[in-house]
Design a protein around this ligand. Structure first.
Ligand SMILES: Cc1cc2nc3c(=O)[nH]c(=O)nc-3n(C[C@H](O)[C@H](O)[C@H](O)COP(=O)(O)OP(=O)(O)OC[C@H]3O[C@@H](n4cnc5c(N)ncnc54)[C@H](O)[C@@H]3O)c2cc1C
Length: 462
């Protein structure tokens, strides 16, 4: 890339409204830092695009000069796909605009927006899009892989609420896609990841939710985990779509509602959420308190935007992270025993196992209605290895891998694409199931040279 002389780079700079960063520039290191501190890559150029025209120019520039091309939305992907070595990164972090039309119940969201941007703008009108559980995640990567969170049982996945998008494809052309415009590309974007182009703007349908919701944690000792998890498994079969409960196993963080002697001990936390008022939710969650010895509870009315940020401190950028994930149709006793065995052996205070609950409206569409295919999955389990010191890499990664292997026999055999690490290329077909062949067709049509390959790649020649 040093052979790309300063004249060429100067010409590229002049063609963009946003800045272009190179090694040595003051913002360069920040621009190549992503959420997962295990990712260390050195792009030759980072184009901080200011708008669609910059993105079109950057795609064209990368192709003309044969540069590897990566696309950065929120930079949260565990695999570090937002970055490449020695190539060009299209960085959308300067494109975080959100425009809401409350009458039409629509939001237009720019390609670099974070969940917090969307929540802030939509909640001003008492509206929401079902997105994820950590407010600093990028809307783009989350949505392009499917996207589930607290509202998904009630309103479906992020992709189920995507009604249109503006995309810059590998030929540098800006396209509007939707149910009636380039429907094959629109289908592929709803789960197919960043394989098909740079999405500069998303259009989402909005739903009434908030400003207050009912949410919080009920915390049990892991010693009671066998009973708690079995009864949790049975409870989710009876939950209305308006209520979601996730289970998290970890060392207790120093939460103010937990007694000091519980901090650092092994817990099972049930995280409860509903957009309904507390009195409507109470009868549904009351049985949960009898699942075991409750060490502490904090459930009540709070602003939706506050709940969306509640786990941010536990998921802050800068730590080393390694994930392994399985989908489950239902949690068997054997699966839960494996969960408990490995939860009791977490290699560090930030490591955790979580059982996210999906189901409800997210499972209504047919598996081929969108590229995201897992419409029979109730739980996405994530084995979340998280630590600070590189000296702990082998120990923490080993724990996650051993757990993943032990749980495999009890899992559905599929995986959520957004939870896959960089080494899991072999699982891409598992992630797309019966939709893989159709995705290859769309890839051949829109990106035959595989310009967009820093993602969980659907190769046009596969
Ligand atoms: C702390 C944390 C919490 C999470 N919680 C949830 C959750 O609750 N629910 C859930 O579903 N997922 C969740 N995820 C997973 C998340 O969906 C993925 O990490 C997702 O890839 C993040 O998107 P991003 O834009 O931040 O990522 P990036 O790293 O910027 O990008 C991810 C991929 O998308 C591509 N991409 C990014 N922007 C664009 C664009 N505008 N156009 C085309 N391609 C683009 C990139 O090239 C890359 O391949 C979580 C992740 C983290 C780290």
């Amino acid at each position: 890339m040093t052979t790309m002389n300063s004249e060429v780079v100067a010409g590229f700079r002049a063609a963009l409204r946003g800045p272009v960063l190179q090694p040595g520039d003051p913002d360069y290191d920040a621009a190549r830092t992503v959420w997962n501190a295990m990712i260390e890559r050195r792009p030759a150029l980072v184009a901080r695009c200011a708008g669609t025209a910059d993105v079109m120019a950057a795609v064209t520039f990368a192709r003309r000069h044969g540069l590897p091309l990566a696309v950065r939305g929120g930079g949260h992907n565990i695999a570090g796909n937002a970055l490449c070595d020695d190539g060009l990164v299209i960085d959308l972090s300067g494109m975080r605009g959100v425009h809401v039309d409350p009458d039409a119940r629509l939001a237009w969201v720019d390609g670099g927006a974070l969940l917090s941007d969307v929540d802030h703008e939509t909640q001003a009108f008492g509206l929401a899009v079902p997105l994820g559980i950590n407010s600093t995640t990028g809307v783009a990567g989350l949505t392009l892989g499917g996207g589930f969170g607290w509202l998904s049982r009630m309103f479906g996945l992020a992709v189920d609420n995507l009604v249109g998008a503006e995309v810059v494809t590998a030929d540098g052309v800006r396209r509007h896609v939707g149910p009636d415009a380039e429907p094959a590309l629109f289908w592929a974007l709803r789960g197919g990841g960043g394989n098909f182009g740079v999405v500069t703007r998303f259009a989402f349908a909005l739903h009434p939710a908030g400003p207050d919701v009912t949410a919080g944690l009920v915390v049990f000792a892991q010693a009671d985990g066998r009973e708690v998890l079995r009864r949790y498994r049975d409870l989710v079969d009876t939950l209305p779509d308006e209520v979601s409960v996730w289970a998290v196993l970890r060392k207790a963080p120093p939460l103010p509602f937990l007694p000091a002697d519980v901090h650092g001990s092994d817990i099972v936390a049930l995280a409860v959420f509903s957009p309904l008022a507390p009195q409507a939710v109470e009868p549904v969650i009351a049985p949960l308190r009898g699942f075991g010895r409750v060490l502490g509870e904090h459930v009540g009315a709070m602003p939706y935007t506050a709940w969306q940020k509640i786990f941010d401190p536990l998921l802050a950028p800068g730590a080393r992270n390694y994930w392994k994930s399985h989908n489950f149709k239902r949690l068997s006793d054997d699966a839960l025993d494996v969960v408990l065995r490995f939860a009791a052996a977490v290699p560090g205070p930030q490591c955790e196992i979580f059982l996210g609950l999906i189901g409800g409206r997210a499972n209504v569409p047919a598996p081929d209605a969108t590229a995201y295919p897992h419409r029979d999955i109730l739980h996405a389990m994530n084995v979340h290895g998280r630590w600070l010191d590189a000296a702990d890499d082998a120990r923490c990664i080993g724990w996650a891998r051993d757990f993943f292997a032990a749980a495999a026999a009890h899992a559905a055999g599929s995986v959520y694409i957004n939870f896959m690490t960089q080494e899991e290329g072999g699982r891409i077909r598992e992630a797309y199931g019966g939709n893989y062949a159709r995705l290859v067709q769309v890839k051949r049509q829109y990106d035959p040279e595989n310009v967009f390959r820093f993602n969980h790649n659907i190769a046009s020649d596969s």
